[in-house]
Design a binder for this molecule. Structure first.
Ligand code: GRF
Length: 201
């Protein structure tokens, strides 16, 4: 199975997936990084790991349809069967999501459906919740909404600040995302209504 990771930034989740593939924990080929930001750390990480990069800049596309058509062409060239969004800062259109329905995963740094959006960690911390966490889910047409695959809770303790909470969250992300991808690759995930059934967990 060929996997593409979509990332716009630092790429620490991308690195965690690279490591899991290299170690043979995920038995698939990490074939492509799709990135919309030429300055993204993820690009350096891809180059270091010998992974192809499709840099698609929205500014150079006439509109969103054109932007997504360029991405889709790269996916077809590489025969991509699974897309893992890892900090990709663009919302995919319903048409794109439908085209790859059931084959797009996302990681979100909070316990969905709480604290959707780009600032999940900051928003949870600012709200004062005592427990937040990480969610990996299938992507559907609504933002941070599709069927949930895995979640792990993180306690916010008295001594925590935003920086320490971010560290805790990322540490869990780097375990949870490769695990969810492994389950997908092994054919162990089945979407049933709003939920996801995991066989032989
Ligand atoms: C992660 O916190 C992820 O949950 C969110 O975007 C962030 C990406 O971080 N969707 P990185 O680029 O993988 O370090």
């Amino acid at each position: 199975m060929n996997i593409a990771v979509f990332a716009s930034g630092r790429g620490s989740n991308f690195s965690a997936i690279i490591r899991a593939v290299k170690k043979g924990k995920i038995k698939a080929s990490l074939s492509l990084l799709v990135c919309d930001n030429p300055g993204a750390g993820a690009i350096t990480k891809a180059k270091r790991a010998g992974i192809k990069v499709a840099l698609v800049k929205s500014k150079e596309c006439s509109d969103k349809k054109d932007f997504e058509a360029m991405i889709a062409a790269h996916l077809e060239n590489e025969k991509i069967e699974l897309i893992a969004l890892a900090g990709f800062m663009r919302i995919l259109s319903p048409e794109f999501v439908r085209k790859y329905s059931g084959r797009i995963l996302n990681i979100h740094p909070a316990l969905l459906p709480s604290f959707k959006g780009a600032e999940g960690i900051k928003d949870a911390f600012g709200y004062g919740v005592k427990v937040t966490g990480v969610t990996v889910h299938f992507v559907d047409e609504a933002m941070d909404h599709g069927p949930i695959i895995l979640q792990q809770a993180v306690k916010i303790e008295a001594g925590d600040n935003l920086v320490s909470l971010e560290k805790k969250i990322h540490k869990i992300e780097h375990r949870l995302y490769p695990k969810a991808i492994r389950l997908f690759v092994e054919g162990r995930l089945k979407i049933e209504g709003r939920g996801v059934k995991i066989s032989n967990p």
